[in-house]
Design a protein around this ligand. Structure first.
Ligand code: PEP
Length: 257
Protein backbone atom coordinates (compact mmCIF):
# COMPACT_ATOMS: atom_id res chain seq x y z
CA UNK A 1 0.00 0.00 0.00
CA UNK A 2 1.33 3.44 -0.97
CA UNK A 3 1.00 5.99 1.81
CA UNK A 4 -0.15 9.38 0.50
CA UNK A 5 1.59 12.56 1.62
CA UNK A 6 0.20 13.77 4.90
CA UNK A 7 1.49 16.51 7.14
CA UNK A 8 3.13 15.15 10.27
CA UNK A 9 1.05 15.80 13.38
CA UNK A 10 2.41 15.96 16.92
CA UNK A 11 -0.13 15.92 19.75
CA UNK A 12 0.82 16.80 23.32
CA UNK A 13 -1.35 14.92 25.83
CA UNK A 14 -1.17 16.61 29.21
CA UNK A 15 -3.44 13.92 30.72
CA UNK A 16 -4.65 15.07 34.17
CA UNK A 17 -2.06 17.81 34.53
CA UNK A 18 -2.37 21.60 34.42
CA UNK A 19 -5.61 23.16 35.54
CA UNK A 20 -6.62 26.64 34.33
CA UNK A 21 -4.04 28.38 36.55
CA UNK A 22 -1.13 26.64 34.79
CA UNK A 23 -2.50 25.99 31.30
CA UNK A 24 -2.03 29.57 30.09
CA UNK A 25 1.59 29.61 31.27
CA UNK A 26 2.34 26.44 29.28
CA UNK A 27 0.81 27.93 26.12
CA UNK A 28 2.68 31.23 26.49
CA UNK A 29 6.03 29.49 27.19
CA UNK A 30 5.53 27.15 24.23
CA UNK A 31 4.70 30.00 21.88
CA UNK A 32 7.86 31.87 22.86
CA UNK A 33 9.88 28.96 21.41
CA UNK A 34 10.89 28.63 17.75
CA UNK A 35 8.26 26.35 16.24
CA UNK A 36 8.49 24.56 12.90
CA UNK A 37 5.92 25.58 10.31
CA UNK A 38 5.56 22.30 8.44
CA UNK A 39 3.93 20.37 11.26
CA UNK A 40 0.46 20.22 12.73
CA UNK A 41 1.07 20.87 16.42
CA UNK A 42 -1.77 20.14 18.81
CA UNK A 43 -2.20 20.18 22.56
CA UNK A 44 -4.81 18.02 24.33
CA UNK A 45 -5.72 19.73 27.58
CA UNK A 46 -8.12 18.85 30.41
CA UNK A 47 -11.65 20.13 29.78
CA UNK A 48 -11.45 22.61 32.64
CA UNK A 49 -8.35 24.19 31.09
CA UNK A 50 -9.76 24.75 27.61
CA UNK A 51 -10.95 28.29 28.35
CA UNK A 52 -7.58 29.34 29.80
CA UNK A 53 -5.69 27.74 26.92
CA UNK A 54 -7.98 29.46 24.41
CA UNK A 55 -7.55 32.82 26.13
CA UNK A 56 -3.75 32.50 26.07
CA UNK A 57 -3.81 31.55 22.41
CA UNK A 58 -6.01 34.46 21.40
CA UNK A 59 -6.23 34.33 17.63
CA UNK A 60 -3.11 32.22 17.28
CA UNK A 61 -3.67 28.79 15.83
CA UNK A 62 -0.46 27.06 16.96
CA UNK A 63 -0.81 24.88 18.88
CA UNK A 64 -4.31 23.77 17.85
CA UNK A 65 -6.51 22.71 20.73
CA UNK A 66 -7.67 19.18 21.42
CA UNK A 67 -9.85 17.70 24.13
CA UNK A 68 -8.92 14.46 25.84
CA UNK A 69 -12.42 13.00 25.62
CA UNK A 70 -15.94 13.88 24.49
CA UNK A 71 -19.43 12.41 24.94
CA UNK A 72 -21.64 11.08 22.15
CA UNK A 73 -24.66 13.40 22.25
CA UNK A 74 -24.95 17.16 21.86
CA UNK A 75 -26.73 17.62 25.20
CA UNK A 76 -28.94 15.77 27.64
CA UNK A 77 -29.09 14.16 31.07
CA UNK A 78 -25.50 12.92 31.23
CA UNK A 79 -24.11 14.37 34.45
CA UNK A 80 -20.44 15.23 34.27
CA UNK A 81 -20.07 14.74 30.51
CA UNK A 82 -18.92 17.24 27.87
CA UNK A 83 -20.30 17.26 24.33
CA UNK A 84 -18.62 17.99 20.98
CA UNK A 85 -20.83 21.10 20.66
CA UNK A 86 -19.41 22.41 23.94
CA UNK A 87 -15.86 21.74 22.78
CA UNK A 88 -16.49 23.72 19.61
CA UNK A 89 -17.13 26.82 21.73
CA UNK A 90 -13.41 26.76 22.63
CA UNK A 91 -12.29 26.26 19.04
CA UNK A 92 -11.35 22.63 19.68
CA UNK A 93 -10.32 20.95 16.41
CA UNK A 94 -9.39 17.46 17.63
CA UNK A 95 -10.34 15.16 20.49
CA UNK A 96 -8.71 12.01 21.76
CA UNK A 97 -11.08 9.06 22.01
CA UNK A 98 -10.56 5.72 23.73
CA UNK A 99 -7.22 6.47 25.34
CA UNK A 100 -6.09 3.28 27.11
CA UNK A 101 -6.21 5.07 30.47
CA UNK A 102 -9.93 5.63 29.91
CA UNK A 103 -10.45 2.09 28.70
CA UNK A 104 -8.59 0.71 31.74
CA UNK A 105 -9.70 3.00 34.59
CA UNK A 106 -13.17 4.00 33.37
CA UNK A 107 -14.26 0.88 31.53
CA UNK A 108 -14.62 2.60 28.17
CA UNK A 109 -15.66 0.00 25.59
CA UNK A 110 -15.17 -0.25 21.82
CA UNK A 111 -18.86 0.55 21.42
CA UNK A 112 -18.53 3.76 23.44
CA UNK A 113 -15.42 4.71 21.48
CA UNK A 114 -17.33 4.23 18.20
CA UNK A 115 -20.22 6.43 19.36
CA UNK A 116 -17.87 9.15 20.61
CA UNK A 117 -15.81 9.16 17.41
CA UNK A 118 -18.90 9.43 15.22
CA UNK A 119 -20.38 12.27 17.30
CA UNK A 120 -17.12 14.21 17.13
CA UNK A 121 -16.85 13.81 13.41
CA UNK A 122 -20.46 14.85 12.88
CA UNK A 123 -19.73 18.03 14.87
CA UNK A 124 -16.64 18.82 12.77
CA UNK A 125 -14.00 17.75 15.29
CA UNK A 126 -11.39 15.23 14.19
CA UNK A 127 -11.44 12.13 16.41
CA UNK A 128 -7.99 10.85 17.38
CA UNK A 129 -8.84 7.23 18.11
CA UNK A 130 -6.39 5.49 20.43
CA UNK A 131 -5.87 1.77 20.01
CA UNK A 132 -3.23 -0.67 21.20
CA UNK A 133 -2.60 -4.03 22.78
CA UNK A 134 -1.69 -4.50 26.44
CA UNK A 135 1.41 -6.27 27.67
CA UNK A 136 -0.23 -9.70 28.07
CA UNK A 137 -1.70 -9.50 24.56
CA UNK A 138 1.66 -8.35 23.19
CA UNK A 139 3.44 -11.30 24.80
CA UNK A 140 0.87 -13.70 23.36
CA UNK A 141 1.47 -12.26 19.87
CA UNK A 142 -2.04 -10.79 19.70
CA UNK A 143 -1.17 -7.27 18.52
CA UNK A 144 -2.80 -7.67 15.09
CA UNK A 145 -5.90 -9.40 16.45
CA UNK A 146 -6.47 -6.69 19.08
CA UNK A 147 -5.88 -3.79 16.69
CA UNK A 148 -8.13 -5.25 14.02
CA UNK A 149 -10.99 -5.61 16.51
CA UNK A 150 -10.52 -2.13 18.03
CA UNK A 151 -10.20 -0.33 14.70
CA UNK A 152 -13.09 -2.19 13.06
CA UNK A 153 -15.36 -1.35 16.00
CA UNK A 154 -14.26 2.30 16.17
CA UNK A 155 -14.95 3.07 12.51
CA UNK A 156 -18.37 1.42 12.41
CA UNK A 157 -20.20 4.77 12.13
CA UNK A 158 -17.48 7.02 10.69
CA UNK A 159 -17.30 8.76 7.35
CA UNK A 160 -14.00 8.35 5.54
CA UNK A 161 -13.31 11.92 4.48
CA UNK A 162 -13.98 15.53 5.26
CA UNK A 163 -12.38 18.25 7.33
CA UNK A 164 -12.70 16.27 10.50
CA UNK A 165 -10.99 13.20 9.09
CA UNK A 166 -10.30 10.46 11.62
CA UNK A 167 -6.79 9.94 12.94
CA UNK A 168 -5.57 6.74 14.61
CA UNK A 169 -3.01 6.67 17.40
CA UNK A 170 -1.28 3.32 17.84
CA UNK A 171 -0.44 3.27 21.53
CA UNK A 172 0.76 -0.09 22.82
CA UNK A 173 -0.28 0.00 26.48
CA UNK A 174 3.04 -1.50 27.57
CA UNK A 175 4.90 1.46 26.05
CA UNK A 176 2.87 4.26 27.65
CA UNK A 177 4.74 6.05 30.40
CA UNK A 178 7.18 3.17 30.81
CA UNK A 179 10.22 4.44 28.92
CA UNK A 180 9.97 1.22 26.82
CA UNK A 181 9.11 2.72 23.43
CA UNK A 182 7.95 0.32 20.73
CA UNK A 183 10.70 -0.07 18.10
CA UNK A 184 9.79 1.93 14.97
CA UNK A 185 9.73 -1.17 12.74
CA UNK A 186 7.23 -2.86 15.08
CA UNK A 187 5.15 0.33 15.11
CA UNK A 188 5.25 0.29 11.31
CA UNK A 189 3.80 -3.24 11.28
CA UNK A 190 1.06 -2.20 13.69
CA UNK A 191 0.23 0.81 11.51
CA UNK A 192 -0.10 -1.54 8.53
CA UNK A 193 -2.61 -3.62 10.47
CA UNK A 194 -4.59 -0.46 11.29
CA UNK A 195 -4.55 0.65 7.65
CA UNK A 196 -5.67 -2.73 6.40
CA UNK A 197 -8.69 -2.66 8.76
CA UNK A 198 -9.51 0.82 7.40
CA UNK A 199 -9.09 -0.42 3.84
CA UNK A 200 -11.45 -3.33 4.48
CA UNK A 201 -14.22 -1.02 5.73
CA UNK A 202 -13.65 1.79 3.19
CA UNK A 203 -11.06 1.44 0.44
CA UNK A 204 -7.31 1.72 -0.16
CA UNK A 205 -7.49 5.43 -0.93
CA UNK A 206 -8.98 6.15 2.51
CA UNK A 207 -6.47 3.85 4.19
CA UNK A 208 -3.55 5.53 2.44
CA UNK A 209 -4.76 9.00 3.41
CA UNK A 210 -5.68 8.39 7.03
CA UNK A 211 -3.06 9.64 9.46
CA UNK A 212 -1.81 6.97 11.82
CA UNK A 213 0.47 8.18 14.59
CA UNK A 214 2.50 6.43 17.25
CA UNK A 215 2.35 7.03 21.02
CA UNK A 216 4.30 5.49 23.89
CA UNK A 217 7.42 6.95 25.54
CA UNK A 218 8.20 9.30 22.67
CA UNK A 219 10.64 12.10 23.47
CA UNK A 220 13.07 14.44 21.71
CA UNK A 221 15.68 11.66 21.55
CA UNK A 222 13.57 9.14 19.63
CA UNK A 223 10.96 11.24 17.76
CA UNK A 224 13.05 11.31 14.61
CA UNK A 225 13.10 7.53 14.33
CA UNK A 226 9.30 7.53 14.21
CA UNK A 227 8.59 10.44 11.88
CA UNK A 228 11.08 9.06 9.36
CA UNK A 229 9.44 5.62 9.38
CA UNK A 230 7.08 4.97 6.45
CA UNK A 231 3.47 4.90 7.53
CA UNK A 232 4.05 6.78 10.79
CA UNK A 233 2.46 10.21 10.40
CA UNK A 234 3.33 11.71 13.75
CA UNK A 235 3.19 11.08 17.48
CA UNK A 236 1.05 11.37 20.58
CA UNK A 237 3.28 12.52 23.39
CA UNK A 238 2.42 12.28 27.09
CA UNK A 239 5.18 12.76 29.66
CA UNK A 240 7.56 14.54 27.29
CA UNK A 241 4.97 17.22 26.55
CA UNK A 242 4.59 18.50 30.10
CA UNK A 243 7.54 20.86 29.80
CA UNK A 244 6.70 23.35 27.01
CA UNK A 245 10.36 23.88 26.10
CA UNK A 246 11.03 20.15 25.90
CA UNK A 247 7.95 19.69 23.71
CA UNK A 248 9.06 22.56 21.46
CA UNK A 249 12.47 20.90 21.12
CA UNK A 250 10.72 17.63 20.24
CA UNK A 251 8.76 19.48 17.52
CA UNK A 252 11.94 21.04 16.11
CA UNK A 253 13.68 17.67 16.15
CA UNK A 254 10.78 16.11 14.24
CA UNK A 255 10.92 18.88 11.67
CA UNK A 256 14.30 20.60 11.65
CA UNK A 257 13.45 22.88 8.66
C1 PEP B 1 -0.02 8.88 26.10
O1 PEP B 1 -0.51 8.86 27.22
O2 PEP B 1 -0.75 9.06 25.14
C2 PEP B 1 1.43 8.69 25.98
C3 PEP B 1 1.89 8.40 24.81
O3 PEP B 1 2.17 8.81 27.12
P1 PEP B 1 3.78 8.79 27.23
O4 PEP B 1 4.32 9.62 26.10
O5 PEP B 1 4.06 9.38 28.57
O6 PEP B 1 4.20 7.37 27.11
Amino acid sequence: MEIGFMKTILIANWKMHYGPMKAGGWIRAFRRERLPKDLDIVVAVPHVSLAAARASLGRASIPALAAQDSFWTADGAYTGEISPAMLLEFGVQYSLVGHSERRIYLGETDEMVAKKAAALQAAGIAPVICVGENEAQYKKGEMAKVLKAQVTAAIANLKPDGKSAMIFAYEPVWAIGTGKACPPQAAKEAHEVIRSAIQKKFNSNVAEHTRVIYGGSVDANNINEYVTTTGVNGALVGGASLDPRAFALLCRTANPA
